[in-house]
Design a protein around this ligand. Structure first.
Ligand code: HAM
Length: 431
């Protein structure tokens, strides 16, 4: 007997119906913000991810050598491909670029609830615009995309962090530039690992410097305790020279929160410096949406990544965006009773009264299908009773009935399967 591989799902029709509902809500939200859909390839040159995504993803790649001897990998995320696609057309592309994509990504993750090895992800990104309005626009879209399912601020929140402040803070703490990304990866894991593991990870990140891991972790803990702008202000005021350097950034925090209020999503936002994001390319504001019911898992994450397009060898192009997975969103919708499905139901079930009329029934069914009506009919001779049962089972709204008598009279009987109401229609008119 064959089984699916660990971390891979198979979608029976009822699962597909739920997935289609989720994709539909995402598409509607993205289009309402003026985003256009794009699609990157599933398989890419390995380097695109090993060089651009960061250490954690590197260890999770589904990579192999193809028959042409190329080192390739299934995509673990879409952002590097997006940066390449936009970079390659940068000269002629209309800005701001506002693009979204929905597709499957692959990560060889450790088995845990909410994390699979193949998952769908919805991405929305703005490239070519450095204004805070772009950050606000993607944050608002992320929130509206979840509100589209009927989710409220009692069910999820968006925690907003800032790598710019982290870089200033870490520089001030004496962390050399090349150690900043490794230390931020440790911060990303701060709440997820034991104190012993944390000390080991920090010591590893600080290798080659004379910084003390325990002292730095202590400072980091004090810094991440900052949960609003006034606390941020007072934290930095106590740090001497650093206070002056962060003034401009704190003004941007106030500005961003003001824009988010205007966009009607203020109630969903909590400033939270513990959010730094695990991926290497982020540069400014970063954020994660979390469910606040049940286990509090991450629904989506993103942020600004102003250097990625340039690092791929194209022109400088600021960028900001997010990715949202289908796994945790769908679990949350089940949990709060807001799951729906876009099931594939026929409009019409054609009841074939006798095999004599089958060929006429097929002609009518074909005409209806060609005009956009979804039509199902029995593939072998069945009694009336069985056909009506089948019509019910497939969820058809109407039964069209053609028997010898109807054929002789040139009509089809129509029964509304919800109300039971009956009528008839001339065959010529139906065709
Ligand atoms: P990420 O935080 O790695 O960011 O993934 C974003 C979301 O994708 C997560 O919050 C989660 O919902 C979902 N996700 C990630 N890995 C898995 C998994 N193994 N199983 C199920 N769901 C998963 C990125 O991927 C960035 N590229 C997002 C981005 C776009 N940043 C800027 N633009």
């Amino acid at each position: 007997m064959f089984r699916t591989l660990p971390g891979f799902r198979e979608f029976y029709p009822e699962d597909c119906a739920k997935k289609n509902y989720i994709f539909g809500v995402w598409r509607t939200a993205a289009r309402s913000f003026g985003f256009s859909e794009f699609e990157p390839p599933v398989l890419e040159q390995l380097d695109l991810f090993t060089e651009k995504s960061g250490e954690e993803i590197k260890s999770q790649l589904f990579e192999f050598v193809d028959k042409g001897g190329r080192a390739v990998s299934l995509r673990p995320e879409m952002t590097p491909s997006l940066a390449r696609m936009v970079g390659a057309k940068a000269a002629g592309i209309r800005r701001p670029v506002k693009w979204f994509a929905i597709g499957e990504n692959y990560r060889y993750e450790r088995q845990q609830k909410g994390r699979l090895r193949a998952f769908f992800q919805y991405n929305a990104d703005i490239l070519g615009e450095e204004s805070l309005n772009a950050d606000a626009e993607v944050v608002a879209l992320l929130i509206e995309s979840l509100r589209g399912f009927g989710l409220t601020e009692n069910e999820f929140k968006l925690r907003l962090g800032d790598r710019t402040l982290w870089v200033l803070f870490l520089e001030n703490a004496g962390v050399p530039e090349e150690k900043i990304i490794p230390v931020l990866s440790v911060v990303d894991k701060l709440e997820k690992v034991s104190p012993e593991v944390l000390r080991e990870m920090t010591a590893e990140a600080l290798k080659g410097t004379d910084l003390d891991a325990d002292i730095l972790v202590g400072k980091i803990r004090a810094f991440i305790a900052v949960r609003d702008i006034d606390a941020m202000r007072s934290y930095f005021d106590a740090q001497g020279e650093l206070a002056v350097r962060v003034d401009a950034r704190i003004a941007q925090w106030r500005e961003l929160l003001k824009i988010l209020e205007s966009l009607g999503v203020g109630a969903f936002i909590s400033p939270d410096l513990s959010i730094v994001r695990g991926l290497a390319y982020y540069t400014g504001f970063v954020f994660e949406a979390f469910q606040i019911v049940g286990t509090g898992r991450a629904l989506a994450g993103g942020g600004r990544y102003d250097n990625l397009v340039k690092k791929l060898g194209y022109q400088d192009m600021p960028a900001v965006g997010f990715g949202m997975g289908d796994v945790t969103v769908s679990d949350l919708l089940e949990l709060v009773g807001k799951s729906k499905s876009l099931s594939d139901r026929p409009d019409v079930y054609f009841v074939i009264g006798s095999e004599n009329v089958r060929s006429k029934a097929m002609r009518i069914a074909t005409a209806l299908r060609r005009s956009g009506v979804k039509v199902d009919y029995p593939l072998k001779a069945l009694s009336f009773g069985k056909q009506f049962k089948q019509a019910d089972a497939v969820g058809a709204s109407k039964a069209y009935i053609l028997g010898d008598d109807e054929l002789a009279a040139g009509v089809v009987k129509i029964k509304d399967l919800k109300t039971g109401e009956e009528s008839s229609s001339k065959i010529d008119e139906l065709i």
